[in-house]
Design a protein around this ligand. Structure first.
Ligand SMILES: O=C(O)[C@H](O)[C@@H](O)[C@H](O)[C@H](O)COP(=O)(O)O
Length: 232
């Protein structure tokens, strides 16, 4: 049976240090095996200090391609864009040498974009080596929001689409999200969250079954892949 491994920290510095070391070690393993690595990251406010740490690491960043777990469908010049966020906080200093493949395609209708994104990700980023998820206090992960009409399709492991459009009813912006199938295809999956409120959400998530009310459960309570939880 696959499991969750939990890494609980008492302060942010120790968490970021351990998480960044673990991520870099797994990227290095991929580079040793196949000469390149892919790193899928999430948006939100939590990853900022992690990105600021990672970007300083002396590493073969030119062998790394960075992609996204989800994107808000706004122009990449806007602060709300995850592409904007990743370019601003991760792809700097040493990590400026990394390659980047975003989800947003300017002149494509978002529903067509599902196909374009899936194709791009399968060709360039897959197999995913390292994937880092976040979690909202409503128990969403990537852009898989609770009680959303698209969740059934997003959770269907026979659905080979990597990307799905979601219109959250509880959060702004139409989104593009990785599907569960895409998330669980990653070799190393991390969940990173911080704060008491999210710890309570996490405890509730691992204690229950309904993945539609708490989408993070689809990742936490499955037996296909191990998930490493870094939290404080
Ligand atoms: O683009 C997004 O919205 C994210 O990828 C999302 O899934 C995020 O990880 C959580 O919302 C947590 O966000 P915070 O770190 O801001 O709480």
């Amino acid at each position: 049976m696959m499991s969750r491994s939990e890494h609980l920290f008492s302060n942010q510095e120790a968490l970021i240090e351990a998480l960044s070391q673990s991520i870099l070690a797994n990227l290095q393993k991929a580079i040793d095996e196949k000469g390149k690595a892919s790193l899928l990251v999430s948006g939100g406010s939590t990853p900022k200090p992690l990105f600021e740490k990672l970007r300083k690491a002396l590493f073969d960043w030119d062998k790394v391609t960075v992609g996204l777990c989800d994107e808000r469908w706004v122009d990449t010049s806007q602060e709300e864009s995850n592409e904007h966020f990743v370019k601003k906080y991760l792809l700097q200093e040493e990590a400026a040498k990394a390659h980047f493949i975003g989800m947003y395609c300017k002149d494509t209708d978002i529903y067509m974009a599902q196909k374009v994104c899936t194709q791009k990700m399968k060709e360039i980023l897959s197999p995913f080596d390292v994937l880092i998820l976040g979690m909202g206090t409503d128990a969403h992960t990537a852009s898989l929001f609770p009680e959303n009409i698209k969740l059934e399709e997003a959770f269907d492991l026979k659905n080979e689409n990597f990307c799905i459009t979601i219109e959250p009813t509880t959060a702004p912006y139409t989104r593009m999200s990785l599907t569960l199938h895409a998330i669980l295809s990653a070799k190393h999956i991390y969940l990173h969250f911080e704060g008491k409120e999210k710890i309570a959400v996490y405890e509730e998530a691992i204690g229950g079954e309904d993945i539609y009310t708490m989408p993070i459960r689809s990742v936490l309570n499955q037996e296909i892949k191990e998930i490493e939880v870094f939290y404080r």
